[in-house]
Write a new protein. Structure first.
Ligand SMILES: [Zn+2]
Length: 116
């Protein structure tokens, strides 16, 4: 069964005290988000590689480096936004109080934001 093959979501079920139906929906959202997450990771890795190649051995800010710095920030912001959108959609599956707790749990990691 698909849901049993997503062990990384077990904590979510416990933390949010989701019903079977709510958990099924949250798992669906998780699976649907994966390709976006992979794509964002690729973009971030590419932005890092570009920055590294441009700064390696350089002693001044070139226009190209300036573009790469801006692009790096843009890619991180995009990833942050998509991750939060996904988090909010997932939190919508739970009771509001539970969702708030879980989002603040997440906030101690790499994503910051609030649903409350
Ligand atoms: Zn970065």
């Amino acid at each position: 069964m698909l849901l049993d093959s997503i062990p990384e979501l077990a904590w979510l079920r416990v933390d949010l005290k989701l019903s079977d139906a709510q958990f099924a929906k949250a798992s669906e959202l998780h699976v649907a988000y994966r390709p976006t997450c992979v794509e964002m990771c690729r973009s971030i890795a590419a932005a890092h590689a570009k920055l590294e190649s441009l700064t390696h051995g350089s002693r001044a800010i070139s226009p190209e480096l300036e573009d790469a710095i801006r692009d790096h920030a843009r890619v991180h912001a995009e990833c942050h936004k998509k991750m939060l959108e996904h988090l909010y959609q997932t939190a919508d599956q739970a009771e509001k109080r539970r969702a708030c707790q879980t989002v603040s749990h997440f906030n101690s990691g790499r994503v910051s934001g609030a649903v409350c």
